[in-house]
Design a protein around this ligand. Sequence first.
Ligand code: NAD
Length: 248
Amino acid sequence: MHKQKIAIVTGGGSGIGLAIAEKFIREDIHTIIVGRDAGKLGAAAEKLGALCQAITFDLNNFAEIPALVSRIIDQHGKIDILVNNAGINMKKAFTEVTDGDFQSILQTNVTAVFVLSREVVKSMLQNGVKGSIINISSMASRYGIPKVIAYTAAKSAIEGMTRAMATELSPEGIRINCIAPGFIATDMSAKALDSDPERKAKALGRTPMGALGQPSDIGDAAAFLASDAAKYITGVVLPVDGGNAIGF
Ligand code: NAD
């Protein structure tokens, strides 16, 4: 088995995913960024250098996910780390959310995470890899936020799935953990907060550290959870939020 670790980071072309990929590469991990936007991914891969590989792929295309994972295994022989970071948000009044809106958030934020994790776990079991899977949830699963019903349902599901996967897979040496980012400065949060100064003031007002987090703060936490330094940690949801989850 080759010594170099192989990681997949979904949504690795921007925001938090890009910061996680950047940190992994600094730690000498071969990092495959998977996302929908070829332009964004290409620019990220160029910035990240030779240890980064970009694969343009829409994770809603469930039927093709097994082939995607096989392709990566054919090329690299194993996958050590999976970060399920890709996600979409939708801010809409409860009664205006259509069936299709709800399904589409659940599809990307939950079902795609399940399908990709299942395929990667199969490969870890087949190759005897003591792997690490990191899911990304949100403050929306810690407390109630109005106008994000589907996103909240999805992120709450992620935390439950983290625990269920951890109990089943940890005996096989595969650790499953989750990071719950607080309010982190990315395009996604800018869209949600810059259009709503009241919400931004509220988010910052209950964050004891008094500022938005940086994507690299999540990158650092992901690198820790993926590393041997976290070898006895599984099934946790780690808030990385400047204290937002316990803020008054
Ligand atoms: P972002 O919009 O910059 O990144 C999301 C990435 O996911 C994008 O690169 C996008 O192309 C990719 N993606 C979305 N749907 C996809 C699909 N079907 N197939 C492939 N790729 C897809 O947002 P971000 O802020 O970096 O968010 C990353 C993760 O962190 C998300 O899961 C988000 O819910 C979570 N999160 C963010 C914050 C925050 O404050 N920014 C807070 C809590 C949780």
